[in-house]
Design a binder for this molecule. Structure first.
Ligand SMILES: Nc1ncnc2c1ncn2[C@@H]1O[C@H](COP(=O)(O)OP(=O)(O)OP(=O)(O)O)[C@@H](O)[C@H]1O
Length: 207
C-alpha cells in the first residue's frame, strides 16, 4: 500500500531522517515510537505528502507520488489526519465540524459515524461543551468522513488521559480490522502494543 525507499531528509543542513525504508500493507496498524526529536513527525509529514523529502522515493499502491498530478486532491481523498490538538472550530457544532471536511456527507452518514464513535448524542453541541476525549473522537470522525484509505495520526493522545487514550487506540485497531491503514506516532510504548507493527525511530533512523 505504502512504500518508502531510501528516504533521507534534511532541514537546511541538519539531517532529520537517514535512509528510511518501509513497506506498509493495507489494513496494517503501524506505530512509530521514539524520543522527542527522533524524526517521527518528519516521517509522517513525508508519508502524508505534506513535506517533500530531500532524497528518496514514496509510493502509494505502486504509484510514485512524484507522478500524482493533483497532490492536494490526492491527499484529501486518500488520507485522514488526526493531530495532538483537535483543531475543531469553536463556533461550529460537532456535526458542522465534520460536514466542513466533506460538504457532500449526508446527515445520516455523519450520524452513523458519530454512533460508531459513541458520540451521536453530541451532534449539536459545540466543542467547548464536550470533554477532551469527546473532542478527539470528533476529530477522528472528521478524519473518517471522507472514507480515507489511510489514517495518519501524530501524537493523537498527547492531550488525553489514559482511559481516553486507550479508547482512541481501540478505535484505530477496529478501523485497521476494516482495512483502513493506520500510521501513528506516539511516545507511549504501552499504547503502541495495539499496533500490528512497531518501528522505533532513533536519531532519524529505523533499525
Ligand atoms: N520545520 C523544521 N525546521 C527545522 N528543523 C526541524 C523542523 N521540524 C523538525 N526539525 C528537526 O528535525 C528533527 C526531527 O524532528 P521531528 O519533529 O520529526 O521529531 P519527533 O520525533 O516527531 O519529535 P516530537 O516527538 O517531539 O514531535 C529534530 O532535530 C527537529 O529539531
Amino acid at each position: 500500500m505504502i512504500k518508502v525507499k531510501n528516504l533521507t531528509h534534511y532541514y537546511n543542513n541538519d539531517k532529520a531522517l537517514e535512509n528510511i525504508n518501509l513497506e506498509i500493507n493495507k489494513g496494517e496498524f503501524v506505530c512509530l515510537v521514539g524520543e522527542s526529536g527522533s524524526g517521527k513527525s518528519t516521517l509522517l509529514s513525508i508519508v502524508s505528502t505534506l513535506l517533500k523529502p530531500t532524497k528518496g522515493e514514496l509510493f502509494f499502491e505502486n504509484l510514485n507520488y512524484k507522478n500524482i498530478k493533483d497532490i492536494d486532491d490526492f491527499r484529501k481523498t486518500n488520507i485522514g489526519f488526526i493531530f495532538q490538538f483537535h483543531y475543531l472550530i469553536n463556533y461550529l457544532t460537532v456535526k458542522e465540524n465534520i460536514k466542513i471536511a466533506n460538504e457532500k456527507a449526508t446527515d445520516n452518514e455523519i450520524y452513523n459515524l458519530l454512533k460508531i464513535l459513541r458520540i451521536d448524542n453530541l451532534s449539536n453541541k459545540y466543542p467547548n461543551e464536550i470533554s477532551g476525549g469527546q473532542r478527539q473522537r470528533v476529530a477522528i470522525a472528521r478524519a473518517l468522513i471522507n472514507k480515507p484509505k489511510v489514517i495518519i495520526a501524530d501524537e493523537p493522545t498527547g492531550n488525553l488521559d489514559s482511559k481516553n487514550s486507550l479508547n482512541v487506540f481501540e478505535i484505530f485497531k477496529k478501523l485497521s480490522q476494516e482495512q483502513v491503514t493506520i500510521i501513528v506516532a506516539t511516545h507511549d510504548k504501552n499504547l503502541a502494543n495495539f499496533a500490528t507493527k512497531i518501528y522505533e525511530v532513533k536519531d532519524g533512523k529505523i533499525n
